[in-house]
Design a protein. Structure first.
Length: 225
C-alpha cells in the first residue's frame, strides 16, 4: 500500500479555509448587526449601512481579480464576473429611494476592510482567494438564507435584494459548485497556501469588526435622537 505523503494528506484550500475560519464564522453569526439579521431583528437602516460598508471591499475584490485575470492562479476565479459591487449599488438605490433616506456613512471599519482586500491583491494576488471564498461563496451559501430572512423580517423586495440574486449568471446550485471548484483550482496553483488560509481568518475578523461597528453606529444614532 502506497505511503500517504504530507502533501497528499493536506486538505484542499476550501476545506482548509473552512477549518481555519469555522470558529470565526460562528462568532460572526453571534456578533453585532449580523446576529440581529439572523434573528430577524435587523432594521432597514442598518441593512443599508452594512451594504454601504461592504461595497468598497467588493470593489477592491472585483478590481483585483480583474487586474490578475491573466494570472494562472486567479484565472479560474476571474472568469466568473459576479459583479456584486453593481448589485449593491442597485440595492442601496432601491432601499434609500423607498424611504427617502440619504446615503449611509462609510465607517472606519468599512474602510479598513477595503484596505485589507487591496493589500491581498498585491503581488500575485493569491490572497484574494480567501476573500473570494468569504464573500462570494458566502453569498451563494448563507447569503440565500439571509435573503429569505430579510424578505420576511423587513419586507424587502427582489429589487432591494439583487446582492443575493445570481440567476442572470447561472442556476444557483450549479454556480456554487462551479465556483467552489474554481477556488480549489486557484488554491492548488498558489505558491503559499498558508498565506491564503490566514487571509481567510483576517477576512472574517474584518467582517466581525464591521458588524459590531454597524450595530454601534445604529445604537449611537438612537441614543442621540
Amino acid at each position: 500500500m502506497a505511503a500517504v505523503t504530507a502533501e497528499s494528506a493536506a486538505p484542499s484550500v476550501v476545506t482548509a479555509l473552512y477549518l481555519r475560519t469555522k470558529a470565526l464564522h460562528l462568532e460572526a453569526e453571534r456578533t453585532g448587526f449580523i446576529a440581529d439579521m439572523l434573528r430577524g431583528a435587523a432594521s432597514r437602516q442598518g441593512y443599508a449601512l452594512l451594504l454601504r460598508n461592504l461595497q468598497p471591499a467588493y470593489r477592491e475584490l472585483e478590481e483585483g481579480l480583474e487586474r490578475h485575470r491573466d494570472n494562472q492562479i486567479l484565472a479560474p476565479l476571474a472568469r466568473y464576473r459576479l459583479s456584486r459591487t453593481a448589485a449593491i449599488a442597485t440595492d442601496l438605490a432601491a432601499l434609500l429611494e423607498s424611504k427617502g433616506d440619504s446615503e449611509p456613512p462609510l465607517l472606519p471599519e468599512g474602510e479598513a476592510y477595503a484596505r485589507a482586500v487591496a493589500r491581498a491583491a498585491e503581488g500575485d494576488g493569491s490572497r484574494l482567494i480567501a476573500h473570494a471564498y468569504t464573500r462570494y461563496l458566502g453569498d451563494l451559501n448563507g447569503g440565500q438564507i439571509v435573503k429569505r430572512l430579510l424578505e420576511k423580517s423587513l419586507g424587502l423586495t427582489a429589487e432591494q435584494l439583487t446582492h443575493y440574486d445570481f440567476s442572470a449568471i447561472a442556476e444557483p446550485t450549479t454556480l456554487k459548485s462551479g465556483y467552489r471548484q474554481a477556488l480549489e483550482l486557484a488554491g492548488a496553483a498558489a505558491p503559499d497556501p498558508d498565506a491564503i488560509i490566514e487571509e481567510g481568518a483576517r477576512a472574517f475578523e474584518c467582517n466581525i469588526a464591521l458588524s459590531i461597528a454597524v450595530q454601534r453606529s445604529l445604537s449611537s444614532e438612537t441614543t442621540n435622537a
